[in-house]
Design a protein around this ligand. Sequence first.
Ligand code: HEC
Ligand code: HEC
Ligand code: HEC
Ligand code: HEC
Ligand code: HEC
Ligand code: HEC
Ligand code: HEC
Ligand code: HEC
Ligand code: HEC
Ligand code: HEC
Ligand code: HEC
Length: 412
Amino acid sequence: MNFKRFTNLTYIALLAIFLMVGGESRAGDDKECLECHGSKEKVTDAAGAMELKLSPERSDSLVIRAARPGNVHEGIACTDCHPKASEIPHPTDTLKDNPCATCHDGSVKQVNGSAHRDPKGGSFLRAPCWGCHTAHDVRKTKDPLSAVAPVNVASRCLTCHAKREYLVGVHGQAVQLAGLDVAATCVSCHGAHDILAPSEAGSRVARRNISFTCGKCHGRVAEAYRKSVHGAALTASDNPDVPTCVDCHEAHGTLDPALPKFRLASPKACGRCHADERKMVKYGLSTQVYSTYVADFHGTTAELFRAASPDQPLNQAVCYDCHGYHDVGSVRSAGDKQIQERLLVRCQACHKAATASFISAWTGHYVPSPTRYKLIYWVRVFYRLAIPGTIGFFLVYIAVDVWGRRRNRRSS
Ligand code: HEC
Ligand code: HEC
Ligand code: HEC
Ligand code: HEC
Ligand code: HEC
Ligand code: HEC
Ligand code: HEC
Ligand code: HEC
Ligand code: HEC
Ligand code: HEC
Ligand code: HEC
């Protein structure tokens, strides 16, 4: 008979009896589980005795630390959550149920109303309770060591969602590096037990709700935005064509708008819609605003900067220096005089000595036509006709001359 095997079997039998009779005392109960689950050596030995081979990662994850101070479940026994584990070896369905459901059915109900619901309405949630709270170190949600505390929660969500760009955005950096707990975490923008997909009307991140969600912390910005042409259209009629906060600032990798990179990329960001014929035709807005911008002195330099030195600050005007950003107003509905006045103030931010005549030297977004900037238009037309006309005349003249000389040579 194999002596080692015999002693191991005895060990298991003894422990099993111990567990069954010792079930009354909770602390004692835990101690018995920890006889095997207390360290990597113990687990490996126990598994060896059961003739099981565990991978190193598996034996690591089977090591459970006794509850530390601050664990809300300190008074709860292992077997309250793992009733089947009293049997040794454990049955294969030891981990089949959601043990949290027994005491927290209210939370199960809440999560069942969210994107993480159990499709069958039970307690097998798409994000299980311990996916966010952990299983063995559950703490009060206000405890800074809790898995759902601002500084920790992103790493829980990131185990399932590929949104790592959050960590390099302004909010992620503020929370993770600067310890600024008031900056946005996944939970401040999405909620906790009530997270919904952006496509659901009640979601905090549904298009029409985004400005309110950001506005919890950026109140003044959100208010200005909702009064702008863009924000008013979204609030009034759910207009899907206008930008909301995250069209100009990425939701997860939110850039610091003070960075040159953000400023340099901004004309393209406005141009994405304002140069799009299909989008703009509905509103009767010109799509030449982007091409005329890129073609003028401000835009040409901005484009060169973007291509050559994206980290250099740009002193040229971009779209929002003239139009504003959160408070973009309608240009059409303002009278010409009002536009000129408003504009002059903006120009003066950089051109200190600018006067009304300075503005009139600028053709704006208009491509000169017989009705707008007539003089420039007709000068251009003149050049367009005169230059090819002159060159063409000389070409014909030379051709006739060459032909004439050849004929003269042949006849002589
Ligand atoms: C005699 C040693 C021993 C004792 C005592 C013991 N376990 Fe285990 N337990 C193991 C081993 C070995 C495994 C890995 C088994 C496997 O992979 O099938 C395990 C696995 C588990 C698992 C994971 C099951 C799964 O399906 O992945 C849970 C949960 C567990 N034990 C809880 C407990 C609890 C609670 C107690 C105390 C009531 C306890 N164990 C007591 C040895 C023990
Ligand atoms: C509040 C409920 C709760 C208590 C109390 C609890 N567990 Fe667990 N335990 C869980 C849940 C939930 C899981 C499943 C985690 C998972 O699937 O990632 C788990 C998983 C395990 C596993 C398997 C780990 C793995 O990675 O496969 C072991 C072993 C285990 N528990 C042992 C214990 C022991 C020993 C105790 C007592 C010291 C204990 N548990 C107390 C809820 C609990
Ligand atoms: C997607 C992550 C996530 C999931 C899944 C989740 N929670 Fe929570 N839970 C949180 C966060 C975050 C808080 C903190 C509340 C807040 O900040 O609004 C919280 C708060 C709590 C609270 C204290 C507040 C309250 O509502 O009573 C309990 C208890 C709780 N969760 C239990 C559970 C249980 C049980 C489950 C599984 C049914 C679960 N949680 C699933 C993230 C989650
Ligand atoms: C046997 C019953 C029981 C089970 C099972 C149980 N809990 Fe609890 N839980 C409690 C009790 C009781 C408290 C309150 C402790 C206190 O207030 O100090 C609590 C508190 C909590 C809190 C802290 C709430 C707060 O006020 O901040 C969270 C989070 C939590 N439980 C999550 C879970 C999760 C996740 C599971 C499953 C892994 C689970 N619970 C399983 C009984 C249970
Ligand atoms: C254990 C894995 C897991 C964890 C942890 C988790 N989720 Fe999820 N989440 C899922 C699954 C699975 C879905 C459903 C996927 C689907 O329907 O496409 C989902 C859906 C979502 C959705 C809806 C996505 C959509 O477009 O339908 C959002 C938003 C979301 N989770 C945010 C979070 C946040 C925020 C956290 C952390 C507080 C978190 N999740 C934690 C697994 C997880
Ligand atoms: C500053 C607010 C904010 C923060 C912080 C934030 N989100 Fe989001 N999230 C949004 C908005 C707004 C959307 C809506 C869709 C969009 O435009 O990207 C969204 C969409 C999502 C979606 C569903 C759509 C998709 O792209 O698949 C998931 C999943 C998600 N976020 C997960 C997370 C996770 C995980 C974190 C933390 C690491 C997080 N979010 C942090 C605002 C935020
Ligand atoms: C929970 C509060 C909170 C929410 C919700 C929130 N933010 Fe922030 N946000 C902050 C804080 C705090 C900072 C300052 C971070 C710093 O200074 O490092 C910040 C910084 C920023 C910045 C950088 C500008 C600056 O002044 O530093 C932008 C842009 C920004 N947030 C946009 C958004 C957008 C867009 C949303 C919604 C999708 C949003 N925020 C939601 C708290 C929040
Ligand atoms: C049409 C594009 C656009 C929209 C929509 C937009 N922003 Fe901005 N935002 C900008 C620009 C451009 C800047 C930076 C300009 C600068 O500082 O040079 C900025 C700056 C910011 C700042 C830094 C502080 C400040 O006021 O300069 C915050 C915070 C911010 N935005 C949040 C938001 C929030 C929240 C929303 C939605 C309510 C939003 N933004 C909507 C373009 C936009
Ligand atoms: C130097 C200041 C300035 C810059 C830079 C500028 N604009 Fe304008 N924009 C104006 C003025 C002034 C008007 C009023 C009409 C005009 O004179 O061309 C206008 C008109 C508009 C209109 C209304 C067009 C219509 O059909 O009536 C839109 C839309 C617009 N701009 C968007 C943009 C975008 C997008 C950019 C950047 C790619 C931009 N603007 C750059 C000053 C500027
Ligand atoms: C997501 C698409 C989108 C983006 C990005 C966008 N806009 Fe707009 N914008 C629109 C739409 C659509 C309208 C028409 C709204 C209406 O009339 O109801 C509009 C209207 C305007 C108007 C008013 C034109 C008038 O006279 O009626 C100006 C000016 C303007 N946008 C400037 C900008 C600037 C500057 C930026 C970049 C900072 C920008 N927009 C970014 C879609 C966009
Ligand atoms: C953000 C700063 C800024 C704003 C706002 C701005 N500009 Fe400029 N503009 C510049 C810079 C820088 C130059 C290049 C100056 C140089 O090279 O000497 C320039 C050049 C010009 C030139 C070329 C002639 C010259 O003086 O060199 C004209 C014309 C001009 N801007 C008109 C305007 C008008 C009209 C407005 C208002 C609608 C305006 N600018 C708003 C920064 C700005």
